[in-house]
Ligand binder design. Structure first.
Ligand SMILES: *Cc1c(COP(=O)(O)O)cnc(C)c1O
Length: 429
């Protein structure tokens, strides 16, 4: 691969100790990280590299490609939309893909969730939920309600307000403390003691709290920690008792990942706001949505123009993104995706179960299409990731978790290869 090499004006000293090229990479120590692998194309559950190798993708491109890559139906719909209108601004204008997508999402979600605000990334959709919540209380004449409660183990994004919601120690943003709004981070109320503590926190501070933000059923990037639906019902009761919003961040779990279309359905809890992104477009284009209840929406309906929601990203409701999302929803309706996600639970359990006997393994847990092998420690994360590539797999452990979140259409032999790679790597730890 020769990306960026030999470009005019690039001297050897410019490049010394750095990978070639002009790109600054995500969460990557550019001084020491190995060069990224160049991808030539993707198909089904496979990533084909420029050097001719092919990898089975165990994590569906950061949990997005739920129908596999390059699904012909999504491609066809996108091509048709591309020839009509790749993009148009959304202020003062609208278009059928956005209107229809909003209606389709509202139909799929529990009744009260009825107004959709589109953005282009997950983090921004969480920011919008926070802004909706705080501004809703302002519109109700309660401007002091502006803080948010989140949980240990949480991950809600990389922007400033969302960083503040992430786990302060285990999360990726500990070093930014002090730069961000002061977070109120609680223990997830999974025990009698933590439920008591949580109730007390709300009792003491509800007058300054706008909302509670939680990843329902699975705290994903913060360590793949699962909790019972009862936790969400408890949060709903406490939120109602103290008049604070309950915000579900379903960016990771939405669209079938847990075996339910949305995690809120598993718990039969209706949040005041929900955020969606990752698998929204079936892993094809960046798009996100914040969906609010009628009550929240109606608090913005005032004669005062300043009471309107003050947000509007340039590329919001991009017509191609909305078209991809509509095509993805069609596939959920016409193909047995949720059944596949539920079946994956049994397949992942069967294939990962042998890891339980391994001395370095702390826990093996599976929910829907999420399989996690947690080990006591990982010394060389990069080395581990490279080893998986040697084994023909795209598996990227986070922290101490070797996890699989594959496409929901992954074939049995591909799943075998992924699970065998995990068991092999465990024996080499
Ligand atoms: C990935 C993720 C985000 C951030 O989404 P981006 O599109 O990366 O900004 C927020 N919340 C959860 C639960 C996520 O998994």
């Amino acid at each position: 691969m020769s990306l960026g090499e030999g470009r005019p004006g690039t001297t050897d000293s410019d490049r010394r100790g750095h990978p070639p090229g002009a790109v600054w990479r995500p969460y990557t120590q550019m001084k020491t990280a190995p060069a990224p692998l160049e991808v030539a194309r993707t198909e089904g559950c496979r990533i084909h590299l420029a050097d001719g190798r092919s990898l089975v993708d165990g994590i569906a491109s950061w949990w997005t490609a739920c129908h596999g890559y390059n699904h012909p139906y999504i491609r066809e719909r996108l091509e048709a939309q591309l020839s009509k209108m790749p993009h148009v601004m959304f202020g003062g204008l609208t278009h059928a893909p956005a209107e229809t997508l909003a209606e389709r999402l509202v139909e799929l979600l529990p009744g009260a969730l009825s107004r959709v605000f589109f953005t282009e990334s997950g983090s921004v959709s969480v920011e919008v939920a926070l802004k909706m919540s705080a501004q809703c209380w302002m519109n109700h004449g309660q401007p002091d309600k502006r803080r948010f409660v989140s949980f240990r183990g949480a991950y809600h994004g990389d922007t400033f307000a969302t960083m503040a919601l992430c786990d302060p120690e285990e999360g990726m943003h500990a070093r930014f403390r002090g730069l961000m709004p002061e977070p109120l981070v609680a223990e997830l109320p999974t025990t009698e003691a933590s439920r008591q503590a949580f109730s007390s926190l709300l009792e003491a501070r509800a007058s300054e709290i706008a909302g509670i933000v939680v990843e329902p059923l699975v705290q994903a990037a913060g360590g793949f920690i699962f909790h019972d639906p009862e936790v969400l019902r408890f949060l709903r009761r406490v939120a109602d008792a103290h008049r604070v919003h309950l915000i579900f961040d379903e960016i990771a779990v939405g669209f079938g990942r847990t075996g339910w279309m949305f995690a809120c359905q598993a718990a039969e809890v209706v949040p005041d706001m929900i955020t969606l992104s990752k698998a929204l477009t079936g892993g094809t284009l960046p798009l996100a949505a914040t969906i609010a209840t009628r009550d929240v929406f109606e608090s913005f309906l005032r004669d005062d123009p300043k009471a309107a929601l003050m947000h509007g990203p340039t590329y919001m409701a991009n017509p191609l993104g909305c078209t991809a999302a509509l095509a993805s929803l069609d596939l959920f309706a016409s193909e047995p995706r949720l059944e596949a996600a539920r079946a994956l639970e049994a397949s992942l359990e069967a294939r990962l179960a042998p890891a339980r006997a391994h001395p370095r393994v702390i826990d093996v847990r599976v929910l829907g299409a999420i399989g996690v092998v947690e080990v006591d420690r990982v010394n060389d994360l990069e080395g581990l990731r490279r080893r998986f590539v040697d084994l023909g797999c795209w598996i990227r452990p986070i922290g101490r978790c070797l996890y699989l979140m594959p496409s929901l259409v992954i074939a049995a032999d591909e799943l075998d290869q992924l699970a065998t790679a995990i068991l092999t790597v465990l024996d080499e730890l």
